[in-house]
Write a protein that binds this ligand. Structure first.
Ligand code: ATP
Ligand code: MG
Length: 433
């Protein structure tokens, strides 16, 4: 191979002259005179033509090139309106790097088949596009928090406490101990650290034994969480709003081609960037559901998916729903001073039927209230001593939230199912490959 390799994207930008590229055969077809190969790399695809006149002695090798063969190709690139990406490579030299057996994935395979062959399906243009957007989202979260002066901080994955409800815990075989679980959230181990660092965040896997089949629950998902000292409830909501705007902005700046490949109408994301989010209390939400949709929900019941979907259908930006009834929310949320029946918890509901993408709250500072709430939930406060110490030694107002990274990717990419927002989805039924 003659010169240095460049990416397909760079070759197309160059648009003329000699280039050397390498990648995998995305499509191939041929006659006994010409072979057409669509080569793909991580950046794009390009049509390449091999003319038998130039490869007569090696034609049987050319003829045997199959889908997903890895190759190096050199030749002359030129504009060609008929080619899929507008350019064509007239190949002068080729080298097969890795042969490919009959690739099992071609057109119209079932969802199940693609899930069984996820390790191969990752190479598809759809998955590649999602993975690029996913990478942007992770970088945007890091960038946002670092830019706001937060420290990255890490909590344990093996935990001996539960935070978000026992029914969703995965217990672990931990040297015959009975009370070790995989983390559902970092929170109980994050709050102690604000006394050292004040503003902290993480992006880490969380594990929840979700038994229901929905399009927005995984058993293993990536959780971006933050905790901040001295903050009031409104400031926590503001952080969430700014974070989501930053993520959407970064994806629109970097990934329009990928959004288009996913057939995502990205213009629907613009209001999220340009307009303030809608803020309403749970009680106001019930009234809207009644007035607009004749949905009669008893005060005190949590909002279900169907109700969240109806609510967000009225807006083109996320809705921040606040002040939920105490009994539907976790034990650590601050009781409202004016109405002790509600707590300073907030859920961010994404538009286009996506539902909750962030759950957050201000944290209760009153030790006795926390203990009472733990007991009400059937917990033994003695198990939480290390956590309760956060309220004993110089407690300060604070709060935080957790963002489900795959939920955000599902919304931003316009995916039907959260399983397509992660390379190897884990659900109750699916843990292989
Ligand atoms: P839901 O009511 O949808 O089950 P939750 O109230 O259990 O959500 P939180 O405990 O507040 O969620 O977790 C914080 C965030 O983590 C959620 O806003 C959501 O974005 C994400 N999340 C929660 N459970 C899952 C899951 N099983 N799979 C993917 N993301 C999740
Ligand atoms: Mg849940």
């Amino acid at each position: 191979m003659a010169n240095k390799f460049i990416s397909i994207k760079e070759a197309i930008e160059q648009g003329q002259g000699q280039v050397s590229i390498r990648g995998w055969v995305y499509r191939e077809r041929g006659s006994n005179k010409l072979k057409f190969i669509t080569l793909r790399d991580s950046t794009n695809v390009i049509q390449c033509v091999l003319d038998r006149g130039n490869f007569d002695s090696t034609w049987s090798e050319v003829d045997s090139i199959r889908m997903e063969t890895s190759m190096e190709l050199s030749g002359e690139i030129k504009k060609d309106e008929r080619a899929p990406t507008g350019y064509e490579l007239q190949v002068k030299e080729f080298k097969v790097v890795g042969k490919s057996e009959n690739f099992p994935i071609n057109k119209d395979q079932s969802v199940e088949f693609l899930a069984d062959n996820r390790h191969l399906w990752l190479r598809s243009r759809r998955m590649t596009s999602m993975l690029k957007i996913r990478s942007t989202v992770f970088a945007a979260i890091d960038e946002f928090f670092k830019g706001e002066g937060f420290y990255e901080y890490h909590s344990p994955i093996f935990q001996a406490v539960q935070c978000e409800g026992g029914s969703e815990l995965f217990s672990v075989n931990y040297f015959d101990k009975k009370d070790v679980f995989l983390a559902q959230t970092w929170q109980l181990y994050a709050e102690p650290a604000i006394f050292a660092l004040e503003k902290i965040y993480t992006i880490s896997p969380s594990f929840r034994a979700e038994k229901s089949k929905t399009s927005r629950h995984l058993t293993e998902y990536w959780h971006a969480e933050m905790e901040v000292a001295w903050a009031n409830f409104e400031e926590i909501q503001n952080y969430g709003e700014r974070l989501l705007k930053h993520i959407v902005k970064k994806v629109l700046d970097n990934n329009k081609p990928e959004l288009e490949l996913l057939e995502r109408d990205w213009k629907k994301l613009l209001p999220t960037l340009e307009k303030p989010f809608i803020r309403m209390t749970y009680t106001e939400a019930l009234k809207i559901l009644k007035d607009k949709f004749e949905m009669d929900i008893e005060w005190g019941k949590d909002l279900r998916t169907i109700e969240e979907e109806k609510l967000v259908s009225l807006y083109d930006v996320p809705v921040i729903c606040t002040y939920y009834p105490k009994k539907v929310k976790a034990f650590y949320m601050t009781e409202d001073q004016e109405n002790p029946e509600v707590v300073q918890g907030c859920d961010f509901l994404a538009p286009e039927g996506n539902g909750e993408i962030i759950g957050g709250s201000h944290r209760e500072h009153d030790l006795e209230k926390i203990k009472a709430r733990l007991r009400e939930q059937g917990e033994d406060p003695a198990q939480y001593e290390f956590y309760l110490d956060t309220r004993r030694y110089g407690s300060v107002p604070h709060g935080g939230f957790g963002l489900g990274v795959e939920r955000v990717i599902k919304w931003v990419c316009g995916l039907d199912n959260i399983k397509d927002a992660i390379p190897f989805p884990r659900t109750m039924e699916r843990y292989k490959p």
